[in-house]
Design a protein around this ligand. Structure first.
Ligand code: MTE
Ligand code: MO
Length: 566
């Protein structure tokens, strides 16, 4: 009779891998163990060629926009996480299939060789985790032991299932339609227990039972893990400051809840329905190469400065906080932000100007650039010349008066004015002084080497419910939104109704020279269907680019319109 081959193995492998996923997820919540499916995905995203990864991201962002699935930043992470689970499952299925094929060819015992295979896979999983997040693997030995045990268990279950299937031949219908009792035909493959009951189970029933059992483990693990951790829906166990190791004390409220914004009472009030001028911490977008943000222990963390310096040295968080702090309102945007997308936000950044730090870094004369790298393997290069020319280039340790949220780079990130987010490493751990320019992480993968933010303008609201009828002219509808051009500021915003002339909007005084500008146009409307279009001019007199360009390689351009029917 036929021994179980690749297909049965793939099926059993997939079932057991689903269960393993549940177990790993629960263990991650319990003891912070590594979640292999996400590590594997992050690792693949780093080692696959840039164009492949970029194509994947583009396709995903396009699909989200096209299908109108909601916030790109949120939905994209979810889509990636689902993909990561699918890849892990397919990997487990392939290994299961191959293991069954080999076991069935060789004959002999199944359990030991399969468990050994599992243990080997566990070691590989550990190495992948180390590569992805070398600095944040809490206790490497404990993590290795756990993965060895978990994957060996997975392998053992695979071998056990193989032995069972060998001992439980597929039931063949007899001519009279009844099923014959299964008989043990292959003594070599059986592990020798429970044959009495098993003899009555055919392979199909065994596989169905296995499916039920693994589904139970998967669901229980997922539930427990979700309950225990704080980066998925469920009870929140830590506050927004992530890392936890802050000197500010838990009672400290965000700065924005204790202070008015610097442009409070500005002459031009936002049109009703305009997005918040200051983005609440929890609503700021998040983009990075990690499925779950690295967790860095602030008390152990050090920033290492080396390379072309007199002497390598390190800075702790307290060392950096000892410098005179610098506060800046900053609008950050991702170069992958689609036109009018939500990968853009405005926060109050606090840190130390790089100009302050430079003298204490002991740079040698040959140093021309700084290579800034992060715990997740991300890196960017900043020219020392640019630092000397702009005191706003800074190392940032707080947003909104609180230690950086874990997802936004706790404990330290870089700010370079006028450039897209891809030039601003989060979770940094090392600054290396070098004597040449190099490509940064995304530049290496085909994106714009300079990544200067492009001018953009967006209509947030056509407030048809808030018509202005004050007798000082015709009734008007407030229209408003944002315009942004990096650190160049905005000098003019114009709105066009249908094919009419471009009309100037009013600009609200921005929070700073590096944030977006809220604009407002009180539109003396006429009933009917209309298309409103917006465009802007940056602070240096350059008009927003009207031609449509995709986000890759230099950031999206083009004008946005809104249709309204009155
Ligand atoms: N270490 C690290 N820093 C990073 C990234 C990353 O993947 N890893 N992504 C960059 C990109 S592409 C963007 S748009 C910004 C986003 O910052 P935010 O998540 O705080 O909004 O982080 C930047 N810094
Ligand atoms: Mo980005």
């Amino acid at each position: 009779m036929r021994r179980p081959g690749f297909l049965s193995g793939a099926w059993v492998g997939a079932l057991l891998t689903a269960a393993l996923t549940g177990v790993l997820f629960a263990a991650g919540g319990l003891a912070g163990g590594p979640f292999v499916p996400f590590d594997l995905f992050d690792w693949l995203a780093r080692v696959l060629p840039g164009p492949v990864v970029t194509f994947g991201i583009d396709t995903m962002v396009d699909a989200i926009v096209l299908l109108n699935l909601g916030s790109v930043s949120e939905v994209a992470k979810t889509a990636e996480q689902v993909l990561a689970l699918v890849i892990f499952l397919l990997g487990g299925a392939s290994i299961g299939g191959a293991t069954f094929a080999v076991l069935s060819r060789r004959g002999g015992a199944s359990l030991r060789p399969a468990a050994t295979t599992g243990a080997l896979v566990g070691v590989l999983a550990f190495l992948v985790g180390l590569r992805v997040n070398p600095a944040v693997q809490g206790a490497p030995l404990a993590s290795l032991a756990w993965l060895l045990a978990a994957f060996a268990g997975w392998g053992a279950a695979l071998g056990w299932a193989h032995a069972r299937l060998v001992a439980t031949p597929a039931a063949k219908p007899r001519p009279d339609g009844s099923r014959r009792d299964t008989v043990r035909e292959d003594p070599a493959g059986a592990s020798g227990t429970g044959e009495g009951t098993l003899a009555r189970l055919d392979r199909r029933r065994f596989l169905i039972r296995l499916g039920g059992a693994t589904a139970l483990v998967t669901v229980a693990g997922a539930g427990l893990g979700a309950y225990l951790r704080d980066d998925v829906p469920g009870p929140r166990r830590t506050d927004a400051s992530g890392g936890g190791a802050s000197g500010d004390g838990p009672a400290e409220l965000p700065w924005s809840q204790r202070n008015p914004l610097p442009n409070e009472g500005a002459e031009v009030a936002p049109a009703p329905g305009t997005r918040p001028e200051f983005t609440p911490l929890e609503e700021h977008y998040r983009i990075d190469i990690n499925l779950t943000p690295p967790r860095v222990d602030g008390s152990e963390w050090r920033l290492r400065v080396d390379g072309l310096v007199q002497e390598a040295r390190t800075f702790g968080l307290e060392d950096l906080r000892a410098y005179p702090p610098m506060h800046q309102f900053v609008t950050l945007a991702c170069i992958s932000n689609p036109l009018g997308g939500d990968l853009i936000g405005t926060q109050r950044w606090t840190g130390v100007s790089m100009q302050q730090l430079l003298p204490d870094m002991g740079l040698r004369d040959a140093a021309t650039h700084l290579r800034i790298s992060s715990v997740d393997g991300f890196y960017e290069i900043v020219a020392i010349e640019d630092i000397l020319a702009d005191e706003r280039v800074m190392l940032c340790y707080a947003w909104d008066g609180r230690p950086l949220p874990q997802r936004n780079g706790f404990p330290l990130r870089v700010y370079v004015p006028d450039l897209y987010g891809m030039k601003q490493p989060k979770w940094i751990e090392r600054i290396e002084a070098i004597d040449t320019w190099q490509e940064g992480y995304w530049v290496d993968r085909g994106w714009d080497a300079e990544a200067r933010m492009r001018a953009t303008s967006v209509i947030d609201t056509v407030a048809t419910e808030s018509r202005i009828t004050d007798g000082e002219g015709p009734p008007r509808i407030p229209v408003g939104g944002i315009a942004h051009a990096g650190a160049r500021g905005i000098s003019r915003v114009e709105v066009q109704v249908d094919d009419g002339p471009w009309q100037e909007a009013r600009l609200r005084r921005p929070l700073s020279g590096t944030t977006w500008t809220l604009w407002r146009f009180d539109w003396p409307f006429e009933e009917g269907s209309h298309t409103l279009t917006v465009r802007c001019v940056d602070g240096e007199g350059n008009a927003q680019i009207e031609a449509r360009n995709p986000v890759r390689p230099s950031g999206a351009t083009g004008l946005l319109s809104e249709n309204v029917t009155l």
